[in-house]
Design a binder for this molecule. Structure first.
Ligand code: PMP
Length: 455
């Protein structure tokens, strides 16, 4: 496995002529809904490096929105995909079992099952489909209808998923009517505590708020589920206070409500643990009833999963399915990704396994970014776990500075660092989990340079 080149190599001014030509055609023929924040058209990738159609090589700090767990064209993933595609590409998992998906399910549930507990898996193709499956299962299993979600959340673009989504208005405007019986509560963001709370009390404040809704606003016995990202992704890479999820689990238990953790973005090792909720056992139990997974699960091949306790996955035969869901070629990529995450196969320079690497390299990046905060007062908050890291840009009065964030992001891009925004004024760092400390330092140097030019 080559880990070259060590620096971004920009051969043309961005965008180069080939990039420009493809972007012009793209603008004529593709959906008007696509955003094109950066002029970049990939040609090929290797590890954490992506080369565009003009030969410019960039360092990838966003991994296709937290998807490319093992980087680009990882030889072990490529081999797994090649082996499976020469056997068969599709048969339809809804009707016929396939060993590759059976063993993938067995492997995934091992990361959540406790002694005496059994979990089952439903496979789809995208995060939104996993979320739809979770809503359907929660309603079907409980016989209740109401779903509670959080403000700032993102759960996908299908009807159920956009209804649950609590971030940007553009996701919903003009698309209604949406799903009935969905409510949103604040997310406990320690940097911007809701409901008049403090960083320390914001978790309890949200719990109290939910309890207050149960008095006269939403009958608790009509609530099928609470769905939440244990670490909020699109909303700004927000880590809740340590006591929040255990308290939420207790609240759900008290009222017979299903607790669904949407791990689509923060799960699959990105936070340094297989699932991001596994960081929060200190103040009590946080075992959910269901987990949605996608993105990083297969290094970019389209497959998603809804994991649910066996006692919960009770929907009748034939009641839910998918033609492509659990595609065997994507499942092969998922097995290969798990090999590297679990350390069954080792990636050179990344220690025992990619989860440990995410922790070590992530801690290093966080420490360096915190040093940068002293130099750049507009860096209001640096937060994260593993390689799930957010930098929030603020104005001198502490309010979010989205315009400055946009300039910073573009300055980093122009120096060869692929990055992506989230929330109102946040840049997310969500690189492939094979990022070495050395390549992390290259990215940090670009960030320092770009930020110093903003002053
Ligand atoms: N849930 C979360 C937490 C996500 O971050 C996303 C995608 N950003 C989704 C669901 C939807 O996934 P997909 O785009 O694959 O449908």
């Amino acid at each position: 496995i080559a880990i070259k080149p060590r620096r971004p190599e920009l051969k043309t001014a961005l965008p180069g002529p080939n990039t420009r030509a493809i972007m012009d055609r793209d603008a004529l023929h593709l959906s008007t809904s696509y955003m094109r924040p950066y002029p970049f058209v990939p040609d090929h990738g290797e590890g954490v490096w992506l080369t565009d159609v003009d030969g410019n090589t960039m360092l990838d700090f966003f991994a296709g929105i937290a998807v490319s767990t093992t980087g680009h064209a990882h030889p072990h993933v490529v081999k797994g995909v090649q082996e499976q595609i020469t056997k068969f590409t599709h048969v339809c998992l809804t009707d016929y079992p396939q060993e590759i998906t059976t063993s993938l399910a067995e492997r995934l549930v091992k990361h959540v099952e406790r002694p005496g507990e059994k979990w089952r898996v439903f496979f789809g193709n995208s995060g939104a489909e996993a979320v739809e499956a979770a809503i359907k299962l929660a309603r079907n299993h409980t016989g209740r209808t109401h779903i509670i979600s959080t403000m700032g959340s993102f759960h996908g673009r299908t009807y159920g998923a956009i209804t649950l989504t609590g971030s940007k208005t553009k996701y919903k405007r003009g698309f209604g009517p949406l799903l009935p019986a969905v409510s949103h509560v604040p997310y406990p963001n320690p940097f911007r505590p809701p409901l008049g709370s403090t960083p320390e009390t914001c978790g309890q404040a949200v719990i109290d708020h939910i309890e207050s809704l149960f008095v006269g606003v939403i009958p608790a016995d009509e609530v099928a589920a609470i769905i939440i990202e244990p670490m909020q992704g699109e909303g700004g890479y927000i880590i809740p206070p340590a006591d929040f999820l255990p308290k939420l689990r207790a609240l759900c238990d008290k009222h017979g409500i299903m607790l669904i953790f949407d791990e689509v973005q923060a799960g699959m090792g990105r936070s340094g643990k297989m699932f991001s909720f596994q960081h929060f056992f200190e103040h009590g139990d946080v075992q959910p009833d269901m987990i949605t997974l996608a993105k990083g699960i297969a290094s970019g091949m389209p497959i998603s999963a809804l994991l649910a306790k066996e006692s919960v996955m009770t929907w009748p035969v034939g009641s839910h399915g998918s033609t492509y869901g659990g595609n065997p070629v994507a499942a092969a990529a998922s097995h290969a990704t798990l090999d590297l995450l679990e350390g069954v196969v080792k990636h050179p320079g990344c220690g025992d396994n990619l989860m440990d690497n995410a922790t070590q390299v992530g801690d290093y990046i966080m420490a360096e970014l915190k040093k940068m905060q002293a130099q750049f007062p507009f860096l209001g908050d640096i937060r994260g776990k593993g390689l799930f890291i957010g930098l929030e840009f603020v104005k001198p009065d502490g309010s979010p500075d989205g315009a400055l964030r946009d300039r910073a992001s573009m300055a980093m891009f122009e120096k060869g660092l692929l990055n992506l925004d989230c929330g109102e004024a946040v840049i997310r760092i969500s690189p492939p989990l094979i990022l070495t400390r050395e390549d992390a330092e290259t990215g940090l140097q670009i960030m320092r340079q770009a930020l110093s030019e903003l002053k």
